[in-house]
Each structure stands twice: as C-alpha cells, then as structure tokens.
Design a protein around this ligand. Structure first.
Ligand SMILES: [Zn+2]
Length: 265
C-alpha cells in the first residue's frame, strides 16, 4: 500500500479576507487550531523540499509526515501565519510570486487584486527564520497556455529573482493555479529546480511525481474534523502518476476560451 502524505495548501490567513478570496482564506484562530491538531496527532511536519528529497532518493519518510505549504506570498503570512508557525517551531514552505513582492496581488481580479504582498525584506527575514521559500513564477500566469519562451522566463526568472533576494538556492517551484504539462515540467527541471508542487487536491504518497507533488487545498470551510479525516487518509484520493483525462480536457476548454481565469487562486 502507498504511504500517503497529506501536503496542506494554504493561501491566506486573516480575519478580513479580500472580496473574491474568501474561499482561500482561513481565520487566524482556525489556522492555529489546525496546527495544534497536527501536534496533537503526533505529525512530523517537514518542509516540502525535504519530502521531495525522500521521494527522489526512495528513503522512507518519517512516520506521519505532513507538510504545511502556502502559495502566492500574500503579506498576511507574516502577520498571521508566521507567528503561529514560529511559536510551535513548525516548518513550512512558502511559494512566492516573485514579480509582485512589495506590491499587490495584481494577477487576481476585482478587489482581491489589491491584496498586499510580502516585501523582499520580509521574505528574506522569513527565510532567515526558517521558512523554506519556493518560486511561484513572476506574474502567476497559466503556464501551460503560454508560448514556451515566456513560460521559460516565468520559471527561470523567478528562481533568479528570489535567489538574489535571499542569497540562498531556491530549489522548489509551485505551478500557478496548479496547471502544468509535460512541457512545463521539463522547463522546471531545466531551470534547475529539484522539485515542484501541483495542486490536484489529492494525497501525495511515497511514489508521487517529484515534479508534480499533489497537495490538498485548505479552504475557509476546512474544520478540524475535516483536517482529521485528511490526516487519516480519508476525504481525498492518492494522486495517480499519470495526469487525469479531465485535467487535459480542462486545458482544452481554457485554451478555447482564451480568457485566462485569473481569479482562481
Ligand atoms: Zn497561486
């Protein structure tokens, strides 16, 4: 049987979500309760890069391995999420949109596009504090719909930009919106990353694809009971090695529409 690895995906932690981001926002007390649940359940929380290392080498993961990951790099991470993680000594991985640091979340639509982003200085301080920083592109496009050269720049430039800021290697990437293809994955490998996180809303496991690691989206509606079910390996499926047909169909639909859905995540 596959050894399931729940990799939790958060976006925003605040009591005052931007309109349009409500579903992807958890309250600070809800987030703290989730972290306490991980502790009470004797989970071993690891940075994603460390889980990827185990997937690559085939060495067994610690019992009860879990990861806490964040996408986008919204400023509320520093205000509401980091203090809770730090006070519990809990590792985390934060994937930042490198082109909008110190700016606003301009890839989103409507009021959500005005959400403040972490500054370069804040990101650097978080890295010094032990947060693993990964890249999440420059401008959060749907990489699978971009011409190859533009996708390549989004992937490689975000690595370079973050390494300049942090003064340390950035080895993990998260696909914006989770969208990826074989070609996009190849660009991530070529850029020198050693792992990449997808979304998929499925369990990762010890045979997961290290360049499309499955994560579980945590929403405003995720209660401690829901989290408990996920930790027990229930409420989602293990990720298959091959992409699902519906993922490919979804790409065709997005391509035909030619109106990138900028508001989803
Ligand atoms: Zn994102």
């Amino acid at each position: 049987m596959k050894h399931l690895i729940p990799i939790l995906l958060y976006h925003s932690v605040t009591g005052t979500p931007a309109r349009g981001l409500e579903r992807f926002t958890v309250r600070p007390d809800q987030f703290a309760a989730h972290l306490d649940h991980l502790i009470d359940d004797d989970r071993t929380v690891l940075p994603l890069g460390e889980i990827a290392e185990h997937l690559r080498s085939g060495t067994p993961l610690p019992e009860g391995a879990v990861a806490v990951t964040f996408d986008d790099g919204l400023a509320d991470f520093a205000e509401h999420a980091w203090p809770e993680l730090r006070s519990r000594g809990m590792p985390s991985t934060l994937y930042a949109v490198a082109g909008y640091l110190g700016d606003r979340s301009r890839w989103l639509d409507g009021p959500a596009a005005e959400s403040p982003m972490l500054s370069a200085g804040q990101l650097s301080a978080l890295a010094d504090g032990g947060v693993e920083i990964g890249a999440h592109s420059m401008t959060h496009p749907q990489l699978d719909l971009l011409p190859r050269a533009r996708a390549q720049r989004e992937i490689a430039d975000s690595k370079d930009a973050l390494e300049q800021i942090l003064g340390r290697p950035v080895t993990t990437f998260a696909y914006p919106h989770g969208h990826h293809t074989r070609a996009v994955k190849d660009l991530v490998v070529e850029a020198g990353y050693t792992s990449a996180a997808a979304v998929r809303d499925m369990f990762s496991h010890d045979r997961d694809d290290v360049f499309a690691i499955a994560r579980l989206t945590i929403t405003d509606a995720t209660t401690n009971e829901d989290l408990g079910r996920l930790l027990q390996g229930r409420g989602a499926r293990p990720a298959p090695r091959r992409q699902l047909v519906r993922t490919r169909l979804g790409r065709q639909v997005r391509r035909l529409r030619q109106t990138p859905s900028r508001s989803d995540r």
